[in-house]
Structure formats: C-alpha cells, structure tokens
Design a protein around this ligand. Structure first.
Ligand code: SF4
Length: 152
C-alpha cells in the first residue's frame, strides 16, 4: 500500500517522526477495543485511501476515535492480526505504547507486552509532543465540521 502524504501545515504532517522505536511483536493487543484518538491529519490521510469518515471513525462527544467492529479496530484483520492500513495508520498508533494522561503526563502503557523495549531516549524524544497531540485531537471535531460539514 502506498504511503499517503498530506500537508495541513502542522508537525503531524510527518507521521514517521512519531513512530516509537521499540521491539513491537505485532501481537495486535493494542488494536482490541481501541479508543485511539484521531487527528485531522489522520482523517485526511485515511479518507484519501477511499474510506468515508464514518467507515472508520466515531465521535464520542469530545474526540474522534477509531471505530471498533467485533471488539477490534475496524482496520485490524482478525485472522492475521495485521493492520490493513499499516503504512498509513494514525499517529496515535505510531506513538503507542507511549500515551498521555492530563495529570501524569506522558507514560508507557504496560498493557503492551513489549513496553519495556521502549528506551528512555524515545520517551524523552516524543513525550514532549504528547500534550500537543492531545491538543490537536481536541481540535479534530471542529476541523471535521468545517471539512466535511458533519454536525456533531
Ligand atoms: S500491544 Fe505492543 S507489542 Fe502488541 S502490537 Fe501493540 S505495540 Fe506492538
């Protein structure tokens, strides 16, 4: 699958930068019952693949998030446990298991079996972008309303 390039003029135009260096086993656990936030950049990239917004995204009253089907992300192939849009997956999926809590700040989610392969240097490199990521995710609904005329 070709990598889609989009330009909205933010740091999130460069998804590869946000990829945590780790020894991911591709177990797919993080794709089960996903609550992954979507940025405008993610929605723009994924819709360019031909998906409609509501095919893959749901609005929970605050954030747009990846849609689940049968208890897993709509993009997970449950037979192979592979992401079907891996090269174009959302930035939050690239950041995982680095996650953010408004009180704790950035931290590593120990639900990921490979959490201990994320080095301190990666936490330092990317942790400072997490507040920006959450701030951008909170802008997504306004962006969707303008871009798609979707009323939420
Ligand atoms: S849970 Fe961790 S090891 Fe498993 S696919 Fe997700 S990031 Fe990789």
């Amino acid at each position: 699958m070709a990598k889609i390039r989009i330009r909205l003029g933010t740091v999130f135009d460069d998804p590869e930068f946000f990829e945590v260096k780790m020894n991911c086993t591709k177990c797919g656990k993080c794709c089960l019952n996903t609550q992954m936030e979507l940025l405008p950049e993610d929605i723009e990239r994924i819709t360019k693949l031909g998906y409609r917004l509501t095919d893959f995204a749901v609005f929970d009253g605050e954030m747009w998030r990846l849609r689940n089907v049968d208890g897993h992300c709509v993009f997970l192939n449950p037979q192979t446990m592979q992401c079907t849009i891996y090269e174009n997956r959302p930035i939050g999926c690239r950041l995982y298991p680095l996650v953010y809590d408004d009180v704790e700040g950035p931290y590593i989610d120990k639900e990921c079996p490979a959490w201990n392969t994320v080095g301190r240097n990666e936490i330092n490199r990317l942790g400072k972008y997490l507040p920006l990521f959450i701030g951008r995710a909170r802008q997504t609904n306004q962006w969707v309303r303008l871009r798609y005329g979707v009323r939420t």
